[in-house]
Ligand binder design. Structure first.
Ligand code: XMP
Length: 594
C-alpha cells in the first residue's frame, strides 16, 4: 500500500499529523525514531514530528540519523525541522522570543510546498529554539516576524522543514501545505474511513469474543459513541453501560443522561451514585495531578465493585472506556511524549488493565471531530453529538484547590510585565495561583496574568501572546469582565459540596447564556472555573470559552461585550465576587485550568 510514515519524537501533535494525512486520503502510520532505513522502504514519504526536547539536550529521543538520507520526500515539523537542519550542519539556537500560539506567516508561494497558500496567513507555533543558520543548499521559503526560517526547502534532497504546526486546525493553510507535501511524495490517495471501521469491527469482535463488556458511560460524546458502537458491533446482550454520578457533574447532568438513554432505547445502562466515595477521597487534596489520579482510580474501583455485585465473573469480563487519542498523548502515553495532564482514563489502574488485555478502547485512535463523525453515522442525535466535551474528572478539575497560604510571585516576572503593560497602556497583575499549560510540547504550571482591559478582542489577542511569549512565569492571560472589588484575598478552598454547588450554579448560568444567544454550537467548549480567590468575601469565577476542532489547539472565543456585561449581572446576583475571562490560546494555555 502507498503510505507515508510519521516519525514520532514525542510531540503533542505527532499522531495528529498521521490523522491529517489519512484525512487527505493517504494511509499514514506512526513509527519510532529508532526505525531502520529498511523499515522506511515501504513508505513514499517521511514526516519528522515535533517533540518536547531541545536538539541540544543530553536526553533527546534516540534517533537513527540514517533516516535523513532516505530517498523520498521528507518534511520536518518543529523539533523534526530543527533536528534535520542540525544534522545537515545548520545551526539551531535558543530563539530571542519564544513563540506559543498564533503568528503571521509570510510564504513564498512559488515553491511547490506552499503552492496556493495565501501569502500571509495565521500559523500556530510552540517553540523556544529555532534554526538560525540553514544547512548548505537550503533556502528559506517562509518566515514570521520572530522566526526567519519558518519554512525551508532543499529541492535537490527533497527535504522540507516547517517551524510551525501545519497539522493543527488553527494553522489556516496547514492542510493545504500537507496536501502539497503529499503531492510532492507522488503517492496515490486511496484511504478512507470505511476501511478503518472494518478494522475496528474485527478488532472489537476478536477481543470481546464470548465475554461481557462493561463500559463507563459518562454521557459525554466519547463514551456515548463508544456505547452505541459496542452495542452495534456486539449487540445489547453482551454490553452493560454504567453511569456513575461522582458528585462532580454539572447541574442535572446525571438525570438528563439517564433519561436520554432510556428515550433512545438503551436498556442496558445502569446507574450508580458514588458522590460520597469520590468526595471523601478528594477531601483536603490540592495538587491537580493528585486529584486526577484519585478520580481516575475511583472510577475503576466503582466499576469493578458494580461488576462484582452483578455477579459478573472477572475472567469473562472486559472493561471498556471511550478514551480518545488526546487523552493518551496528553497523559504522556507515547514513548517520547511529556505528561501534560493525566486524563482520568489513563491512570495506572487503567494502564495495567490495558496491558493485561482486560480493557478495550475502541475510539483510542480518534480525535473528537472523528468521534462526532462516527457518532453521526451511528445515528446518534445532533444534540448529543454536539454537546460540549466535559472531562471525566468533571468539576473536580475546575475547582482550584488551595491551602490559602499566599506564595509571592517572582519579582523578575512582575518587573518583566511592566513594559508590556505600558506598551498597551493597561493595568494588570500576576495572580499568586497556578494553572496548567502546554508550551513547546511540555507541561507548564505557572501563573495567570489578570488585565484590566475592555474586551477589545484584537488588542486582547496581541497582548495575551506578547505576555506569554516573553514571560516564562506566565502561561495564561485573563481579563476582568466585572467585580464587586479589585482587592482579592486568597482563601482555603477544597472540592467540597458547598464549593461544588456554587460552581455548578455559575456554570449553569454561563451555559444558559450560550443557549439563549445561539452561541452553543459556535463555541466548542467553555470550562467555568472557581478560583481560591475572593473579592469582598465572595468567590471569583473564570470563564474559558474556546474555539477548537479536536482539542489539540484552541483559540479563545470572542463573545460580545454586552452579553458578558449581562452575564456578570446575573452572576453577581448569586453572590459572585468577580467574573474573569480567559484570553489564552492553546498553546500556551490548556483548555482546562488543571
Ligand atoms: P486540555 O485541558 O488538556 O484538554 O486542553 C483537552 C480536552 O480534553 C478534555 N479533558 C479530559 N477529558 N478526561 C477526559 O475525558 C480527562 O481527564 C480530561 N482532562 C481534560 C478537556 O475538557 C478538553 O476538551
Amino acid at each position: 500500500m502507498e503510505k507515508i510514515a510519521v516519525i514520532d519524537f514525542g510531540g503533542q501533535y505527532a499522531h495528529l499529523i498521521a490523522n491529517r494525512i489519512r484525512r487527505l486520503g493517504v494511509y499514514s502510520e506512526v513509527i519510532p525514531p529508532t526505525s531502520s532505513l529498511e523499515d522506511t522502504e515501504q513508505f513514499s514519504g517521511l514526516v519528522f514530528s515535533g517533540g518536547p526536547a531541545s536538539v541540544y539536550a543530553s536526553d533527546i529521543p534516540e534517533f537513527n540519523a540514517e533516516l535523513i538520507s532516505a530517498v523520498m520526500p521528507i518534511l520536518g515539523i518543529c523539533y523534526g525541522h530543527q533536528l534535520i537542519c542540525r544534522h545537515l550542519a545548520g545551526e539551531v539556537t535558543r530563539g530571542k522570543v519564544h513563540e506559543f500560539g498564533p503568528s503571521t506567516f509570510t510564504a513564498d508561494t512559488t515553491h511547490p510546498l506552499l503552492k496556493d497558500v495565501s501569502p500571509n496567513s495565521k500559523v500556530w507555533m510552540s517553540h523556544g529554539d529555532e534554526v538560525s543558520q540553514l544547512p548548505e543548499d537550503f533556502t528559506s521559503i517562509g518566515s514570521t516576524s520572530d522566526c526567519r526560517n519558518a519554512a525551508v526547502a532543499c529541492d535537490d534532497l527533497k527535504i522540507y522543514g516547517l517551524q510551525f504546526h501545519p497539522e493543527v486546525t488553527h494553522t489556516e493553510e496547514g492542510i493545504r501545505i500537507l496536501d502539497n507535501f503529499i503531492n510532492l511524495c507522488k503517492v496515490q490517495r486511496k484511504w478512507n474511513m470505511k476501511r478503518y471501521f472494518q478494522i475496528l469491527e474485527e478488532r472489537v469482535n476478536e477481543q470481546c469474543k464470548g465475554k461481557k463488556v462493561f463500559l463507563l458511560v459518562s454521557g459525554g460524546v466519547d463514551s456515548t459513541v463508544a456505547f452505541a458502537l459496542l452495542n452495534k458491533i456486539l449487540g445489547p446482550d453482551q454490553v452493560i453501560g454504567l453511569h456513575i454520578d461522582n458528585g462532580l457533574m454539572r447541574k442535572n447532568e446525571s438525570s438528563d443522561i439517564i433519561d436520554y438513554m432510556k428515550k433512545e432505547g438503551f436498556n442496558n445502562l445502569i446507574f450508580c451514585d458514588a458522590t460520597d466515595t469520590f468526595l471523601s477521597r478528594l477531601q483536603g487534596k490540592i495538587a491537580p495531578e493528585e486529584k486526577r489520579n484519585i478520580i481516575g482510580a475511583t472510577f475503576i474501583e466503582v466499576l469493578k465493585e458494580r461488576a462484582a455485585s452483578l455477579k459478573q465473573d472477572g475472567e469473562n469480563l472486559i472493561l471498556a472506556q471511550g478514551t480518545t487519542y488526546p487523552d493518551t498523548i496528553e497523559s504522556g502515553g507515547t514513548k517520547n511524549a511529556a505528561t501534560i495532564k493525566t486524563h482520568h482514563n489513563r491512570v495506572l489502574e487503567a494502564l495495567n488493565m490495558l496491558e493485561k488485555g482486560t480493557l478495550i478502547e475502541p475510539l483510542a485512535e480518534l480525535y473528537k471531530d472523528e468521534v462526532r463523525e462516527l457518532g453521526e453515522t451511528l445515528g446518534i442525535p445532533a444534540e448529543l453529538i454536539w454537546r460540549h466535551p466535559f472531562p471525566g474528572p468533571g468539576l473536580g478539575v475546575r475547582l482550584l484547590c488551595h491551602t490559602g497560604e499566599v506564595q509571592p510571585v517572582e519579582e523578575t516576572a512582575t518587573a518583566a510585565l511592566q513594559p508590556i503593560l505600558k506598551k498597551y497602556n493597561t493595568d494588570g497583575i500576576i495572580l499568586p495561583i497556578n494553572s496548567v499549560g502546554v508550551q513547546g510540547d511540555s507541561r507548564t504550571y505557572a501563573h495567570p496574568c489578570l488585565l484590566y482591559i475592555e474586551p477589545n478582542w484584537v488588542k486582547c489577542e496581541q497582548i495575551s501572546t506578547d505576555i506569554t511569549n516573553n514571560i516564562r512565569d506566565i502561561n495564561r492571560v485573563i481579563i476582568e469582565i466585572g467585580s464587586v472589588s479589585r482587592e482579592h484575598k486568597m482563601v482555603q478552598t477544597f472540592c467540597d459540596k458547598n464549593n461544588l454547588e456554587f460552581l455548578r450554579q455559575a456554570d449553569d448560568i454561563c451555559t444558559q447564556m450560550l443557549f439563549e444567544n445561539n452561541l452553543y454550537r459556535d463555541i466548542w467548549q467553555m470550562p467555568v472555573v472557581l478560583l481560591p480567590l475572593q473579592a469582598n468575601g465572595k468567590p471569583i469565577i473564570v470563564m474559558r470559552p474556546i474555539y477548537s476542532a479536536e482539542a489539540m489547539t484552541a483559540d479563545f472565543a470572542k463573545i460580545d461585550a454586552n452579553l458578558l456585561k449581562k452575564l456578570w449581572q446575573q452572576l453577581e446576583s448569586i453572590g459572585t465576587g468577580a467574573l474573569w475571562y480567559d484570553i489564552t490560546p492553546k498553546p500556551p494555555g490548556t483548555i482546562e485550568w488543571e
